[in-house]
Structure formats: C-alpha cells, structure tokens
Design a protein around this ligand. Structure first.
Ligand SMILES: Nc1ncnc2c1ncn2[C@@H]1O[C@H](COP(=O)(O)OP(=O)(O)OP(=O)(O)O)[C@@H](O)[C@H]1O
Ligand SMILES: [Mg+2]
Length: 260
C-alpha cells in the first residue's frame, strides 16, 4: 500500500482549566491523508474540529498521540521544513493578515523565510502568486483593509501557497464570506488541488461545502470520530445516527448540491 502523506494516530487533547476540571476536547482521533486528497471534518460546534486542525498544523501542543508526515514522526518542535509543508488557512481572512503590512510584504515573508528570495526573483514570485489566486498585480501595494473579505482570503491562500506546502489545513475558510464569494474561493482551492496535488484538511459548518470539496469525510462528535468514509457514501447512506441527524439538518435550499 502506498504510504500516506499524513498519518494521525490516537491524537488527543486535554485542555487544562484553571480552577475547574480538565477538559478532554479530542479523544483518540486517527486518520490518514493521501497526496492530493481532501479530507473533510464535520461535526457540531465544540466537537473538536479546530483543536484537531491546530494540532495537525503545529499551532497547538498535542497531549498524546502521533503525527507522521511522509513516514517521519513530526516532533513537537517542528523543523522548518515541516512547518513549510503544513499551512493553515484561517476562518477570518481579514484578521489573519497583518494590517500594518502591504500585500507584497505579507507574501514576501514566507518567500524570504523558506526560499531566501530577494530582489527581482522575490518580486516575480509575488506577482505569480497574485496571479495564481486571481488578484491584480497592482494590489501588491495595498494594505489588507483596502481589500474585500474574499480578496483577503485569496491573499491568505497565496501566503500559504508561497510556502509550497503539501498540505493545507482549512478551518472554515469561507464561512465569513458571502455565498457567491464562497463558491469562488472553493473553486480556487479545488483548482489548486487538481493542478498542484495539494492535500486538504477541510473543516466547514456547511455540509454542502464539504460535499463539494472532500473525497473523504470524518464525522466528529464530542471529541471523537463517530464515522468516516468516502464522502458520497457517508452522505448518501450515513451509518451513525448522529451523521443522519447532521445530514437531515441541511436546509432544503442547499439540496441541489446533493444530486439526489
Ligand atoms: N483553549 C481552550 N481551553 C479550554 N477549552 C477549550 C479551548 N479551546 C477549545 N476548548 C473547548 O474544546 C472543545 C472543542 O473546541 P473546538 O474549537 O475544537 O471545536 P470546533 O468543533 O472547532 O467548534 P466550532 O464548530 O464552534 O468551531 C469546546 O468545548 C471548546 O469549548
Ligand atoms: Mg472551530
């Protein structure tokens, strides 16, 4: 069998609470991710999706369990290359960009850090990245506040792409955006999946978003995985009562996506 790009085993997170009992937010979560695959994570609010995503992206310490990238264990102090390889796309695109930096300087950061680019090659790479995410070159001298939410998310995606990652962890990347902008951003992410073989861990509240983008889906409830499988299979014949409830709760207006 081909080795998975990412292998997460028995990942757990206990949040220590001052003056209260400790809280077990993620319990023994395991999954794998292949190259070019998109894994959706769904589940009610508080089920531990963001906690899993942040542990995978190295933004939150793991309580127990292991993460393997390309067959190698990911240490708690990540190497530069591991950091480069797993990038995060944030829910709130505007606040994820430093308001004091121009767009070109936001994109220059990972290019300097990971590839030591400077001068003309740096400028060219920035122009290419802007082009890749559908933002005019002239926007490079603007500040984030001069861009719309959707445009800021495109810059967030360009910043992640600048690192040339193998995995992008997307935590509700479109939920702060209007419907039409949401679908444009999803199309962009899908295009990148096709053209560059980037793998995604994709969290979304809207199940139709998950249905559109993910090959496989993980259903979480109270910190545990209750169901996992191919997206079409899980959506068309959910096995677990909780998954059935989740799918039944999709508003009718979103149903055209499901091709029933
Ligand atoms: N820093 C923290 N300290 C203590 N508890 C936390 C902390 N962060 C999250 N939690 C708790 O852990 C649980 C899981 O939170 P998490 O943010 O991972 O859920 P989620 O599935 O992403 O929810 P949502 O869909 O609302 O984004 C929740 O009960 C939350 O209150
Ligand atoms: Mg969350």
């Amino acid at each position: 069998m081909e080795q998975a790009l990412l292998e997460v085993s028995h990942l757990s997170k206990i949040y220590k609470r001052k003056g209260g009992p400790d809280f077990s937010a993620v319990k023994e979560v395991s999954f794998s991710l292949s190259k070019g695959e998109a894994l959706g994570i769904v589940g009610e609010s508080g089920s531990g999706k963001t906690t899993v995503a942040k542990m995978v992206a190295g933004m939150l310490p793991v309580t127990s369990g292991s993460i393997m990238l390309d067959g190698q264990p990911v240490e708690s102090r990540r190497s530069k290359d591991t950091k480069r390889n797993i990038q995060y796309i944030f829910q709130d695109p505007v606040s994820s960009l430093n308001p004091r930096l121009k767009i070109k300087d936001i994109l220059a950061e990972p290019l300097k850090l990971y590839f030591k680019l400077s001068g003309e090659s740096l400028d060219n790479r920035i122009h290419k990245l802007l082009d890749d995410v559908g933002i005019p070159k002239s926007y490079q001298d603007r500040y984030p506040k001069e861009l719309s939410g959707g445009q800021c998310q495109r810059i967030g995606i360009a910043r992640a792409l600048a690192a040339e990652p193998s995995i992008m962890v997307c935590d509700e990347p479109t939920s702060a955006l209007d419907m039409t902008i949401q679908s444009q951003i999803l199309e962009l992410l899908q295009e990148l999946q096709r053209s560059r073989g980037i793998s995604y861990i994709f969290i979304a509240h809207g199940l139709e978003v998950i249905y559109t983008i993910s090959n496989r889906v993980l259903v979480m409830k109270q910190g545990e995985v209750v169901e996992t499988g191919a997206t079409t299979q899980v959506f068309h014949s959910p096995q677990h009562a909780y998954t059935q409830t989740l799918i039944q709760s999709i508003p009718k207006i979103e149903l055209p996506y499901f091709e029933y």
